[in-house]
Design a protein. Structure first.
Length: 285
């Protein structure tokens, strides 16, 4: 019991991480399976065939390309708009600021079924069926991604040390130079984290996309359609590749965040030589 009390939190963390990672590990393992039929549910034998031919299904390649293009474009737009909104909400006072803070959270708290149905009704009512496809999905993905970007960047801005900006202005930097050389580098880890989150949400979205895709097929929609007749093992391989790329990107982001924290923790007085060293230098001079 003493050991359990000392290590209970660590044990809980290990179990929680294992709970999240085990399904991903199963997908990676079964990407090497050689199923006898269309369904990849039981282990039949090890093979590299599906990794050698991971891009051999044209429909799957097209769906993945569609998802990557959609996620990349929506991420860029949502990250730019979300960062500017976060700056406005934290740095400036204006009429409706409190209401804007409340409205930003609504897309995060609203069920995706409601958002998808509402967006579909909006598109059909004002634009008809012609807009359904890449355009409608782009608008939808930007809409629900902005909230997450604002929350991530705003949390960094709340703890931001404004004295660094003030020091840059005192040294003659213009407002744009201060933003480019001081504010933006210190916000970069949060912006990158928000962009990665928006990208992951976009490429993973199914419910909202299912309502508004029209005949445009994304990677999740392809998997849903294929699940009715047996998901190709190549899907498992492609999903594993996506996970490894995401893991590498998150590792780089964490390292960048630690670097930014070390930079933000530096204070001018830490770089000034101690009085004894100055006195010794003057004596030698």
């Amino acid at each position: 019991m003493k050991w359990l009390r000392r290590n209970g939190i660590m044990l809980y963390a290990v179990l929680a991480i294992a709970y999240m990672l085990i399904p991903l590990i199963v997908i990676a393992v079964y990407s090497f399976n050689d199923p006898a039929g269309k369904f990849n549910f039981t282990w039949e034998g090890f093979t590299l065939e599906h990794w050698e031919n991971v891009f051999s299904i044209p429909e799957l390649n097209e769906a993945m390309t569609n998802s990557l293009q959609l996620a990349a474009l929506s991420t860029v737009v949502a990250t730019v708009l979300g960062t500017l909104i976060a700056l406005a909400l934290v740095r400036y006072e204006f009429f409706g600021r409190k209401g804007a803070n409340f409205l930003i959270v609504i897309p995060m708290a609203t069920p995706e079924v409601v958002i998808g149905a509402a967006l579909l009704s909006f598109f059909l009512l004002y634009f008809g069926t012609d807009i359904l496809g890449f355009t409608s999905l782009l608008i939808a993905h930007i809409m629900f991604s902005i909230s997450f970007v604002v929350v991530v960047v705003r949390s960094r801005l709340i703890g931001f040390d404004r004295s660094l900006e003030e020091a840059a202005r005192d040294l003659g930097a213009s407002p744009f130079q201060t933003f480019r050389l001081v504010t933006l580098p210190l916000l970069a880890p949060a912006i990158v984290s928000a962009a990665l989150l928006a990208f992951a949400l976009s490429i993973d979205d199914f419910v909202i996309s299912n309502f508004n895709a029209g005949d445009f097929v994304t990677f999740p929609l392809f998997i849903f359609g294929a699940s009715q007749r047996g998901i190709p093992v190549e899907v498992y391989s492609m999903a594993t590749i996506l996970f490894l790329i995401t893991l590498a990107a998150m590792t780089i982001t964490v390292l960048q965040q630690r670097r930014a924290e070390r930079m933000a923790a530096v204070r001018p007085d830490e770089e000034v030589a101690p009085p004894a060293a100055l006195a010794a230098g003057n004596a030698r001079g």
